[in-house]
Design a protein around this ligand. Structure first.
Ligand code: SAM
Ligand code: SF4
Length: 326
């Protein structure tokens, strides 16, 4: 289906939980997480039904996220159910990787096609600092496992922050040079008004690219599968690719093809827009599929032309990244 600005919407990002086994400083507060009670969260059956309904407005690709999608009980079963929907061509997850190793075979057998791991540093102490509780080794082991299982492409999402990991940019490029990985540098965004966000911590994409090109030659890449907003490059002589996601300095809204569903059953046209359509309420009122299709259409039509992140997070935009689904 086309939205009000003629963008074809075919990608649904589904947050399956707002819970997480980490507490990354740029995403979640340390304390006082208002855990959505189970009654507020969509059941697995409801999520599977909604994904099926979404195909009627043209959704063809689904990404499960959160919070941490792998802490959701029965995520494997959900992936298997969604894989049964004939119109869904692609199922991916974005994960911190902590639990991936032990679940990888089951996820793949269920129908998982692609995985994005979030990794911001190669220094164990810095990893522990930024995630407040994670273990670097668990992510590196997860990445190796995904490669071993042939889940391709394997992507690494790296949020670049001044004086935290901007000195590691070339280390990440080296990783993509030596291994068939797609490293995507992401600009730090002020989502959720967390105190860790400071304008001074933002490193713009042009700065990051300049650093990369000080040592490596980048070749414009042909379209990489499912690469969405990232501008991708082959590294001359290398195995993997580098991508740049510049939500802040050069937004890509005119090419955006996605809508988001939160764990508590709200549809959002844009990460940064607080306008939501309440699917959970409709389900509680025994909505039939026709009504749900109408609500998906409403969310798509409401999708704003672009975000205004440069003007700040916005008054009344209460949710944080882990509550929307990154
Ligand atoms: N827990 C999973 C993970 O970390 O991959 C999935 C959810 S997480 C919210 C999804 C992505 O959002 C991660 O790659 C994370 O780095 C990114 N993210 C969270 N807060 C961000 C921020 N303030 N700016 C940029 N990216 C952010
Ligand atoms: Fe959890 Fe992912 Fe947010 Fe980190 S970025 S706190 S892993 S949801």
């Amino acid at each position: 289906m086309l939205d009000s600005y003629d963008r074809k919407i075919e990608y649904l990002r589904v947050s399956v939980t707002d819970r997480c086994n980490l507490r990354c400083r740029y995403c979640m507060p340390e304390e006082g997480i208002a855990d959505e009670g189970h009654s507020n969260i969509l059941t697995l059956e409801q999520i599977a039904r909604l994904v099926k309904v979404s195909t009627k407005v043209g959704i063809r690709k689904v990404r499960f996220t959160g919070g941490e999608p792998l802490v959701r009980k029965d995520i494997v079963k959900l992936i298997a159910e969604v894989a049964e929907i004939p119109q869904i061509e692609d199922i991916a997850i974005t994960t911190n990787g902590m639990l991936f190793d032990g679940m990888a075979e089951d996820l793949k057998a269920a129908g998982l096609k692609r995985v994005n791991f979030s990794l911001d540093t190669f220094v164990p102490e810095k990893f522990r600092y930024i995630t407040r509780r994670g273990n670097l080794h668990d992510v590196t082991r997860a990445i190796e496992k995904a490669l071993k299982l042939g889940i391709a492409p394997v992507k690494i999402n790296t949020v670049v922050m001044k004086d935290f990991n901007d000195d590691e940019i070339l280390d990440f490029v080296k990783l993509a040079y030596e291994m068939p990985l797609n490293v995507r540098f992401i600009e730090f965004m002020p989502i959720g008004d967390l105190p860790f966000y400071k304008k001074e911590r933002l490193v713009s994409m042009s700065e990051i690219k300049q650093t990369v090109e000080s040592r490596y030659e980048l070749l414009k890449s042909s379209m990489l599968k499912g690469n969405g907003p990232a501008k991708s490059y082959q590294i001359k002589g290398g195995m993997g690719t580098i991508g740049f996601i510049s939500a802040m300095s050069n937004h890509f809204c005119s090419e955006c093809n996605r809508i988001r569903m939160t764990a508590d059953g709200k549809l959002r046209g844009c990460l940064f827009d607080k306008g939501e359509v309440n699917l959970k309420l409709a389900l509680e009122n025994d909505a039939n599929d026709e009504e749900l299709v109408r609500l998906f259409g409403e969310a798509i039509k409401k999708k704003p032309a672009r975000h205004h992140m440069d003007e700040g997070w916005g008054v009344g935009n209460e949710r944080k990244m882990y509550q929307i689904g990154g």
